[in-house]
Design a binder for this molecule. Structure first.
Ligand code: HEC
Ligand code: HEC
Length: 370
C-alpha cells in the first residue's frame, strides 16, 4: 500500500510521463500528437491513383439492395432524381464509353448535366459516397457496401455490365470505361501551379474604371409559385450542420432584407397583438425564460404561438397545462430532444445547462406568458 503522499507522487509521475510521451516536440506544452486511431479516422480520402482505397468488393446485385434501401428515397429508383435532387444518371451513350468524352456536354440544347456525364475519376465517386452518403447518415456504409453501390450506379449508367464485381483490384478496370474519363482539363487554370505550366485563369473580365454602377440590380428571382413547390424547406434540414431552409409556406421577406434573415425564422413577436388579450399573468420569470429561448436559438424552430419546425411555445404550454410533473418533464425533454409527440420531425438534444432548461420549462408550465 502507498502512503498518502507517495500515492500523490506516483500519480504525478504517471501524468507527467503521459504528457511527455504525447506532446509534440516542436511546440512543448501545447496540444499533443494525434493518436494513430485519430489519424485513421480522418485519413479516409481515396485518390485518383487509388491510394487510400480499402480492401473490399461488391457486386452490382448487392449494390441494388443498398441503393433501394438507402439511396433511392432521395435519388430515385433509377438515379434519375427527377423530383428535388440533381440527377446522378442519364445523358451518356455507348459511344461516350468508347471515346471517354461525353458528347452531350458540348450540346447546349441538352437539358441538365448528370453526375454520370461529368464524372472523370471513379475514385471521386467512391470517396464521395463513402464520406458523404447517405446524406442523412454519412459514413455509415461499410467498404463493401460502397463498392457495391458504386458498381450499381455505374451499371445504371450503362457503364459496367450486370456481372461486374467492383473491388480494390478492379477499380482501374472500371475507370477505363468511364464515359467522361478523358473530359478533365486543367486549362481553365483555376488551380494554377507549375505542374500545369503556370497558365492564367480563364476569366476575361475587364475591370470597370469609371462611372461604375454602385447599386446591384436584381435581374431575376424565384417566381412566387415555385417558392413552396417542394414543400416547406424549413422542415427539410438534416440534423447536423447549421443549414436552415427558409419557411417557404410564407411569402419571402420584404424586398431589401438580406436573404439570411429570411432563412432563419425571426423570433415571433406577438407582443403587441397578445397584449390586449392576456391579462397581466402571475407567472414569474417570463423575461429570463424568453431571453434564454432566444439566446439558445430555440426560437429558430419554435414560434411564440405558431409552429415553425417545432410547436409554438403556447401550444406546448396548453398541452401540459394540467400536468403535475410538467416542469420536470419539459426540463428533461428540452435537454434530450425527441420526436413523435408533435409529429415525425425530431428535436435535436439541446446542450444548455439544466438550470436554464428548467427556467424555460417553468415558464412553459406557467402558460408561456410574457
Ligand atoms: C436524404 C437524401 C439522400 C439520400 C438518402 C442519399 N443522398 Fe446522395 N445526395 C443527396 C444530396 C442532397 C446531394 C447533394 C449534396 C451536396 O451537393 O452537398 C447528394 C449527392 C450525391 C452524389 C453526388 C452527386 C454529384 O454529382 O455531386 C452521389 C454520387 C450520391 N449522392 C450518391 C448517393 C448514394 C450512393 C446514396 C445511398 C448510399 C445516397 N446518395 C443517399 C441526398 C441524398
Ligand atoms: C431544430 C429545431 C428545434 C430547436 C432548435 C429546438 N426545438 Fe424544441 N422541438 C422541436 C420539434 C420538431 C419538436 C417536436 C418534437 C416531437 O414531436 O416530439 C420540439 C418539441 C419541444 C418541446 C415539447 C416536447 C414534448 O414532449 O411535448 C419543448 C418543451 C421544446 N421543444 C422546447 C425547446 C427549447 C426550450 C429549445 C431551445 C433550448 C428548443 N426546443 C429548440 C424542434 C426544435
Amino acid at each position: 500500500m502507498f502512503s498518502f503522499p507517495e500515492r500523490i507522487w506516483a500519480l504525478a509521475l504517471v501524468v507527467c510521463a503521459a504528457g511527455v510521451q504525447a506532446q509534440s516536440p516542436t511546440y512543448a506544452g501545447i496540444g499533443r500528437a494525434a493518436t494513430p486511431a485519430e489519424l485513421a479516422a480522418w485519413d479516409i480520402d481515396v485518390r485518383p491513383d487509388f491510394k487510400g482505397l480499402p480492401k473490399g468488393s461488391g457486386t452490382v446485385a448487392a449494390g441494388m439492395e443498398v441503393w433501394e434501401g438507402k439511396c433511392a428515397s432521395c435519388h430515385g429508383i433509377f438515379g434519375e432524381s427527377n423530383e428535388v435532387f440533381s440527377p446522378l444518371t442519364g445523358g451518356n451513350t455507348k459511344e461516350d464509353v468508347a471515346s471517354g468524352r461525353v458528347a452531350r456536354l458540348n450540346d447546349r440544347a441538352f437539358p441538365g448535366r448528370t453526375t454520370m456525364m461529368k464524372l472523370s475519376q471513379i475514385s471521386t465517386l467512391w470517396d464521395y459516397i463513402n464520406r458523404a452518403m447517405p446524406w442523412n447518415a454519412p459514413k455509415s456504409l461499410k467498404a463493401d457496401e460502397v463498392y457495391a453501390v458504386t458498381a450499381y450506379l455505374l451499371n445504371l449508367g450503362g457503364v459496367l455490365p450486370d456481372n461486374f464485381v467492383l473491388s480494390d483490384q478492379t477499380m482501374a478496370q472500371a475507370q477505363a470505361m468511364l464515359p467522361n474519363r478523358n473530359g478533365m482539363t486543367t486549362e481553365h487554370a483555376l488551380w494554377p501551379g507549375p505542374e500545369f505550366g503556370n497558365l492564367k485563369p480563364d476569366v476575361r473580365a475587364t475591370a470597370c474604371m469609371k462611372n461604375c454602377p454602385v447599386d446591384t440590380k436584381v435581374a431575376s428571382s424565384l417566381p412566387d409559385f415555385a417558392r413552396n413547390a417542394h414543400g416547406n424547406l424549413a422542415e427539410q434540414n438534416r440534423l447536423v450542420g447549421a443549414q436552415r431552409g427558409a419557411d417557404t409556406t410564407r411569402p419571402a421577406a420584404a424586398a431589401g432584407s438580406v436573404p439570411a434573415a429570411a432563412a432563419v425564422p425571426a423570433p415571433a413577436k406577438p407582443v403587441a397583438v397578445a397584449a390586449a388579450a392576456a391579462p397581466a399573468p402571475a407567472a414569474t420569470g417570463a423575461g429570463p425564460a424568453i431571453a434564454l429561448a432566444q439566446k439558445n436559438a430555440c426560437v429558430a424552430c419554435h414560434g411564440m404561438d405558431n409552429k415553425i419546425i417545432g410547436p409554438g411555445f403556447r401550444e406546448i404550454a396548453r398541452k401540459y397545462a394540467g400536468r403535475a410533473d410538467a416542469v420536470d418533464y419539459l426540463t428533461g425533454k428540452i435537454r434530450a430532444g425527441g420526436s413523435g409527440v408533435w409529429g415525425a420531425i425530431p428535436m435535436p438534444p439541446q446542450g444548455l445547462p439544466a438550470a436554464d432548461a428548467r427556467t424555460i420549462a417553468q415558464w412553459l408550465a406557467q402558460g408561456a406568458g410574457k
